[in-house]
Design a protein around this ligand. Structure first.
Ligand SMILES: Nc1ncnc2c1ncn2[C@@H]1O[C@H](COP(=O)(O)OP(=O)(O)OP(=O)(O)O)[C@@H](O)[C@H]1O
Length: 311
């Protein structure tokens, strides 16, 4: 185990925003930290990075508490924060030189690290351009390069793909994969995009309102709903009444109104289709298609909280 938080807690103005959170990361793991906005993910990361002190609990790096002396964690940890922290009037190269010096890198070592990290995020050929001229996604990638300069064993990324173009997003996901699979870097990846976490991480923590509500390997979490199917019903118009009617049926565990119709979580092998058809007829709605799927992590979250991740 490289990192462990032991029942950490943080309150602001008497309100617990992180409540009894214990997570661990084994060396070389890629772990997802999921939760909707305001769940307490960033605060948890700030405590691990020793920017914020927990009110209770402990944080251990290789078994040793970091609360009194954060120097060890700063040496091995690279954090990619949500906000871009770069100098707009400097080039990408100059920014990385500046950050590299903060990590006390110099000379050839600094130069080769700058080129290596720019290569990794796919911006080596644009390094002489001013940050001001970069897209949001490119800036995010330089931010990632900055966090990698000192060869951290452990990297924490706080929602690195929010609000950026698809090309940069793919570059970032690829960088995370490369770091984890080829360099063996331990990764804690925070997101509210389930599909990214499903792709990148083997183990997942799910937070909501400051508390850890579920954790485990992806397949273990999906097993919560293993007796169920997800049914996507496309309708020709929205029908609040039909949704309400279906909510009253016992083998239907969850009814969510979507853009195109309804998404249901139903007990496997229940003869649900005839009931759906009957409800559609009753409320004068036409079914365009029905598609049955196995549940995703998004459904697990919905099942546990009754809410969608992106609310
Ligand atoms: N410095 C602070 N002072 C007061 N309240 C804070 C502070 N930092 C965070 N909070 C509150 O703590 C709660 C958790 O915030 P946090 O940023 O950790 O959530 P999050 O899961 O990272 O969500 P997001 O993705 O929106 O950042 C929020 O209600 C937020 O308003």
């Amino acid at each position: 185990m490289i990192l462990e938080t032991v029942s950490i807690e943080k309150s602001y103005k008497g309100k617990k925003v992180v409540d009894d959170v214990s997570i661990y990361l084994n060396k070389g793991e890629s772990v997802g930290l999921l939760g909707p906005n305001g769940a307490g993910k960033s605060t948890t990361i700030s405590m691990i990075s020793s920017l914020v002190k927990p009110n209770h609990g402990d944080i251990k790096l290789n078994g040793k508490s970091i609360l009194k002396d954060p120097r060890d964690i700063r040496r091995v940890l690279g954090v990619v924060p949500q906000e871009i922290a770069l100098y707009e009037e400097l080039t990408a190269y100059e920014n990385l030189r500046f950050f590299g010096r903060l990590y006390r890198l110099k000379g050839n070592q600094l130069e080769s690290k700058i080129q290596e990290t720019l290569e990794m995020v796919g911006l080596r050929d644009r390094q002489k351009e001013l940050i001001r001229t970069y897209s949001g996604g490119m800036k995010r990638r330089v931010n990632i390069a900055a966090a990698l300069l000192h060869d951290p064993q452990l990297i924490i990324m706080d929602e690195p793909t929010v609000g950026i173009d698809p090309q940069s997003r793919n570059h970032i996901l690829e960088t995370v994969r490369l770091l984890n699979r080829e360099k063996g870097t331990t990764i804690l990846y925070t997101s509210h995009y389930m599909e990214e976490v499903e792709q990148l991480c083997n183990r997942v923590y799910i937070m909501d309102y400051g508390k850890m509500i579920a954790s485990g390997r992806k397949d273990e979490l999906l097993r919560i709903l293993s007796g169920d199917d997800t049914v996507h019903v496309q309708l020709n118009s929205k029908s609040y009444e039909m949704a309400k009617e279906l909510r009253g049926i016992e083998s239907i565990k969850q009814v969510e109104e979507t853009e195109k119709g309804l998404k249901l979580i139903v007990t496997k092998q229940s003869s649900i289709l005839s009931q759906i058809v009957r409800a559609a007829e009753q409320f004068n709605v036409q079914i365009n298609s029905v598609h049955i799927d196995t549940p995703s992590l998004e459904d697990v979250f919905l099942h546990l909280t009754g809410r969608k991740l992106r609310d």
